[in-house]
Design a protein around this ligand. Structure first.
Ligand SMILES: NC(=O)c1ccc[n+]([C@@H]2O[C@H](COP(=O)([O-])OP(=O)(O)OC[C@H]3O[C@@H](n4cnc5c(N)ncnc54)[C@H](O)[C@@H]3O)[C@@H](O)[C@H]2O)c1
Length: 389
């Protein structure tokens, strides 16, 4: 233990592995504790990563282990209560909270306000902002390679807040974090679909206007065609970019057709985990040491949440939604309550429900893990077996 900062993981499931990946590559930070209500989940992190202490609650961890930094790696609806709670503990100086930042503007605003009030640095884990593809794309746009940016096309699936948070945030990053002016959206929800315990849409679209002439067009769960959270298309007055985390293609008057841009990829350059989570931690350490604000600071992700919430709110009101939007609750949930979207095929289902560890056969999980089965695969197998009875 040689680091200047102590960190703790809150939520010992899938994505916390990426946070551990990052912390383990940064000498300034030692992970001293982990938190999870499920004993087997926290024991797994202690064993796999040599973490010395673990707790059932954040409160016990905060007073006993006194971390400087916590990673909030739980499901979405716990992001804001745990972040607000963490900001109130005396030892905690910084929080890295997973995406989507929050489900609803009230929740997102409370996170930013609690961190501001306690002088706690808040980072939202849009770690793809550190990928070589997105950074090179930003450089090219700033150098004028596509002229004036006109239009971003985003095509995702697996839920708007789950995936589009990355691509909306990424396109904003590349274009210098412009502020949205208005949003128009449409939503379908005829099945009782959830994602990590959050009610979500079957599909949706949105048109976002920034300062003239920039617009984003977003479609989610409509047309798959190899769609991805980290991939989008940008068209400008003088050229076009196909952007992915580790692949970048440029088309303009000088490229003689589509040209692949060399990204000088290094080992560990990947969308999730590896160098990206390490760089996210390094930038936080610099911020804690008095350096510039983090590129993933809470208020920046808050704007991304607002775009997604405004898509729902537009469908709810059948109106263009001008920023800042007024509705603070989760507009999709309000639409459900108000009968504005009606389930035609009854039966609640959760597209990430297989991640729930609270009722699994832990002995069988341990066996699968010993056999080399990945966490996600093991959880799918266990939930399939539980469903079959
Ligand atoms: N940044 C990315 O690229 C990325 C990728 C995947 C997931 N995520 C996000 O990470 C979050 C977690 O997803 P996951 O797939 O890791 O879920 P998961 O189910 O694998 O892990 C969540 C863990 O949180 C624990 N938990 C529940 N309540 C808790 C509490 N009160 N205190 C502490 N721990 C608690 C659970 O027991 C579980 O072990 C989600 O919001 C998801 O959107 C981000």
């Amino acid at each position: 233990m040689t680091g200047r900062y102590k960190a703790a993981i809150v939520g010992c499931g899938g994505i916390a592995q990426a946070h551990m990946d990052g912390y383990s590559m940064v000498d300034d930070v030692d992970v001293v504790a982990c938190v999870d209500p499920i004993p087997e989940a926290r024991q797994m992190y202690m064993d796999d990563w040599g973490i010395p202490q673990s707790y059932a609650t954040l409160e016990e961890c905060a007073y006993d282990a006194e971390p400087d930094i916590v990673s909030v790696c739980t499901w979405h609806l716990l992001h804001d209560p745990l972040t607000v709670e963490a900001a109130g503990y005396p030892s905690i100086k910084a929080i890295i909270c997973e995406k989507p930042m929050a489900i609803g503007m009230g929740r997102a605003n409370r996170m930013v306000e609690a961190c501001d009030a306690n002088d706690t640095k808040l980072v939202i884990s849009h770690q793809r902002r550190f990928t070589p593809g997105w950074n090179k794309a930003k450089e090219l746009v700033e150098a004028g390679a596509i002229g004036i940016p006109l239009r971003v096309d985003i095509r995702v699936k697996e839920g708007l807040a789950n995936w589009a948070t990355h691509s909306i945030d990424g396109a904003k990053f590349i274009l210098g974090d412009p502020k949205p002016r208005w949003v128009m959206g449409a939503v379908q929800r005829t099945t009782d679909k959830h994602e990590r315990n959050t009610p979500i849409e079957d599909s949706c679209i949105g048109l976002v206007m920034f300062d003239d002439p920039l617009q984003f067009f977003i479609q989610s769960d409509l047309w798959d065609n190899d769609c991805d959270a980290g991939k989008f298309f940008i068209r400008g007055t003088e050229g076009m970019l196909h952007v992915r985390e580790t692949v970048l293609k440029l088309f303009n008057a000088e490229t003689d057709g589509w040209k692949s841009i060399d990204l000088d990829l290094q080992e560990g350059d990947q969308a999730i985990g590896g160098n990206m989570n390490a760089k996210q931690v390094e930038e936080l350490v610099r911020w804690l040491d008095g350096g510039p604000e983090h590129r993933n600071a809470g208020h920046i992700a808050r704007d991304t949440v607002e775009i997604m919430m405004a898509m729902y709110e537009s469908a709810r009101q059948n109106k263009v939604i001008y920023m800042p939007m007024e509705e603070q609750e989760y507009p999709l949930e309000l639409m459900i309550e108000e009968g504005k979207v009606v389930v035609e095929e009854p039966g609640r289902y959760d597209i990430r429900g297989f991640l729930d560890r609270s009722n699994i056969d832990e002995a069988r999980y341990a066996q699968l893990k010993e056999d080399g089965v990945s966490h996600h695969q093991a959880m799918r197998i266990l939930h399939d077996e539980m469903a079959r009875g």
